[in-house]
Design a binder for this molecule. Structure first.
Ligand SMILES: Nc1nc2c(ncn2[C@@H]2O[C@H](COP(=O)(O)OP(=O)(O)OP(=O)(O)O)[C@@H](O)[C@H]2O)c(=O)[nH]1
Ligand SMILES: [Zn+2]
Length: 217
């Protein structure tokens, strides 16, 4: 990594360093940022020439330790993470930002508390509210300096969440295309996915039985 790559990108976030990251699908470059206010370590995985001005296939992924690492079937996060990396690898070009905004911004312990409330009958939105949080407490402000670091301004964003597209637009990031990122439903996540569609506006078709046709990654 060159000396200039070690230069802070702005007052909120420092770019620290990078390394090669071989995965089953491609060899990405892993970049590490540190947020000043919280000390949180945010990551980017890049592939190919993403700074040439052409729209970039991108995923802005929110941390989900239970889904991304521990194979939880309660949500669709792990499958979306894998699906996004596979799509970027297939194109040979893209970026995945891994933001440390666990539990839609309420943190891991509170997410586990929210899961416990869901076991008592609350849905994912009600559980957050019973704990005194907004349904979605995320802030995407860090996305702009992270993308600026790579010279990326236009995204083909892999998401089902229209609020994420709006939030990025307000930061001056142009989402020129939404790329759906649908995953398999199972007996454990179908209520969660239906609630996301009904209450959080996610662009998925709510269904009652597991829907094999939603199996595209
Ligand atoms: N508070 C809370 N957070 C959850 C729950 N299930 C998943 N999460 C978190 O939700 C975040 C992912 O948000 P999602 O709503 O699944 O997806 P999204 O990023 O908004 O939208 P997509 O781009 O379509 O994936 C991660 O930070 C997860 O840890 C839950 O029941 N309660
Ligand atoms: Zn999850």
């Amino acid at each position: 990594m060159s000396q200039s790559a070690e230069t802070p990108v702005n007052v909120e976030l420092d770019y620290t360093t990078s390394c090669a990251l071989p995965t089953p699908w491609a060899q990405f470059t892993l970049h590490a940022f540190v947020e000043h206010a919280t000390g949180k370590e945010h990551l980017a995985m890049t592939l190919g020439d993403i700074g040439n001005g052409e729209p970039v296939l991108a995923r802005v992924h929110s941390e989900c330790l239970t889904g991304d690492v521990l194979f939880s079937q309660r949500c669709d996060c792990g499958a979306q993470l894998e699906g996004a990396l596979k799509k970027i690898a297939a194109e040979g070009r893209g970026v995945l930002l891994y933001l440390r905004q666990e539990g839609r911004g309420i943190g891991l312990i509170n997410k586990i508390r929210a899961y416990r409330l869901q076991e008592g009958g609350a849905d994912t939105v009600q559980a957050n509210e019973q704990l005194g949080f907004k349904a979605d407490a995320r802030n995407y402000a860090l996305v702009k300096p992270m993308l600026d670091k790579f010279g990326v301004t236009k995204l083909r964003l892999m998401t089902n969440n229209p609020r994420k597209i709006d939030a990025l637009g307000k930061l001056g990031i142009e989402v020129v295309e939404r790329v759906p990122l649908l995953v398999n439903r199972n007996a454990f996540n179908q209520h969660y996915l239906n609630t996301k569609a009904a209450k959080l506006g996610h662009m998925m078709t709510p269904t009652t039985p597991p829907a094999a046709e939603d199996g595209e990654l």
